[in-house]
Design a protein around this ligand. Structure first.
Ligand SMILES: *[C@@H]1O[C@H](CO)[C@@H](O)[C@H](O)[C@H]1NC(C)=O
Ligand SMILES: *[C@@H]1O[C@H](CO)[C@@H](O)[C@H](O)[C@H]1NC(C)=O
Ligand SMILES: *[C@@H]1O[C@H](CO)[C@@H](O)[C@H](O)[C@H]1NC(C)=O
Ligand SMILES: *[C@@H]1O[C@H](CO)[C@@H](O)[C@H](O)[C@H]1NC(C)=O
Length: 361
């Protein structure tokens, strides 16, 4: 009888142990995704916020980091609290096959800025991407055409800074990219400095055969417009600020081809009556239903440049400058005198590439 009781007791102990073990395993598995998310959100490796589709719900509350500190924005639009936050796909895989030669870099300019804005570009970052960079302007200019070895395209668009002229240039840029056999289309403005090696490094982490729209919004929440053509429906979408630069993969550009190529981009811009970069967002996010992936490393002149830390310059992809009355919005960086280098791009370039001949040795 005592023997029977001891056996029974042993069985009970064994059952309890098995139960505890199973519970432990279950708890551990449930906890895994949460750990992953906190790891990823902390890792500041520069590349866009990485969110696994399975764990996206943990991120819903977070608004894009890039939108902090940005108040003075496009006030002409109806803006609302975000209905949804940009989703970035899992992109931990690194496709190292992309190199500089896979890029088509376009720089939008206009005849009045050739002299004042292009010289510093041609002296600095353009040297590192001569074969890949094309300027899109609105007049013939023999001097700059020769200095860029013919990479100077007269779009025949109007030289005014209105919506139609801007969309017209973007349309020509887009068509020129489609005609090239490059994997990535990256657009910049003539007041941008592009950190070429960093841009290449970014694109190496995305597969150009997938749909990618990489850039940085300059508004806190998706743009909301009331479509007059769509039964007064409210539509909302994100767009990457053109003035910070953005990139589009070839796969996505090919999906845009039937709606936006051959000048159709201009018609869409006219229809929704919004500028070129907004039109791009409208086509990609609203019409094609593909998401913008926020990359904080792009910077437009809407941001106060002085807040960028000198130690972090090497990790940023684009920079800009602007003037508000007497005050210049420029990078804070030691280097050349302000008279010689009002945009601070020469100093920035020497900081990044001290091997250039004009840099102090
Ligand atoms: C990353 O991509 C390469 C090529 O597309 C593929 O062979 C590899 O299995 C991928 N690695 C992971 C971890 O997904
Ligand atoms: C602009 O017009 C000139 C002269 O008509 C033409 O040769 C050129 O191809 C046009 N440029 C574009 C981008 O269409
Ligand atoms: C669209 O938004 C406006 C203002 O936010 C609102 O008044 C209107 O009712 C909305 N219309 C629709 C169709 O949702
Ligand atoms: C300076 O160094 C970079 C790499 O850091 C290289 O790509 C570039 O060709 C060099 N430029 C000159 C002018 O030596």
């Amino acid at each position: 009888m005592r023997c029977y009781a001891r056996n029974f007791f042993r069985w009970i102990v064994a059952a309890v142990l098995i139960l505890c073990y199973t519970l432990l395993i279950l708890l551990w598995q449930v906890d895994v995704p949460r750990n992953q998310v906190s790891q990823w959100s902390q890792s500041k490796d520069g590349v866009a916020s990485v969110v696994n589709a399975k764990t996206r719900e943990f991120f819903q509350e977070r608004s894009p980091r890039s939108l902090q500190n940005l108040e003075h924005e496009n006030q002409n639009f109806i803006l609302r609290i975000p209905a949804q936050v940009t989703t970035a796909k899992d992109n931990l895989n690194t496709t190292l096959s992309t190199n500089l030669n896979d890029l088509f870099i376009s720089v939008k300019t206009t005849k009045n800025f050739h002299q004042s804005r292009l010289n510093v570009i041609l002296q600095t970052w353009f040297v590192l991407a001569r074969e890949q960079t094309y300027f899109f302007t609105d007049a013939d200019d023999a001097v700059y055409s020769s200095r860029t070895r013919g990479h100077f395209i007269n779009t025949n668009c109007s030289s005014s800074h209105n919506r139609k002229a801007l969309c017209c240039k973007m349309s020509v840029e887009f068509d020129a990219f489609l005609d090239s056999s490059k994997k990535w289309f990256c657009h910049f403005d003539d007041d941008n400095y592009v950190n070429v090696p960093r841009l290449v490094k970014l694109l190496q982490t995305y597969n150009p055969q997938e749909d990618w729209y990489l850039g940085k919004p300059s508004i806190r929440s998706p743009l909301e417009i009331i479509s007059r053509y769509d039964k007064q429906k409210n539509i909302s979408f994100w767009f990457a600020t053109g003035g910070a630069g953005f990139c589009i993969s070839r796969a996505l550009a090919l999906k845009m081809l039937p709606i936006a190529s051959g000048g159709k981009f201009i018609s869409i811009g006219e229809k929704i009556r919004l500028p070129d970069d907004v039109t791009m967002g409208y086509i990609i996010e609203h019409i094609l239903q593909k998401k913008l992936t926020v990359v904080d490393l792009f910077h437009s002149h809407f941001e106060p440049m002085k807040f960028l830390k000198q130690e972090s310059f090497v990790d940023q992809i684009s920079f800009s400058y602007s003037r508000f009355g007497h005050e210049m919005n420029v990078l804070k960086i030691d280097g050349f005198d302000e008279k010689v280098d009002p945009t601070r791009f020469l100093s920035l370039h020497c900081h990044l590439f001290p091997n250039f001949s004009f840099c102090p040795s």
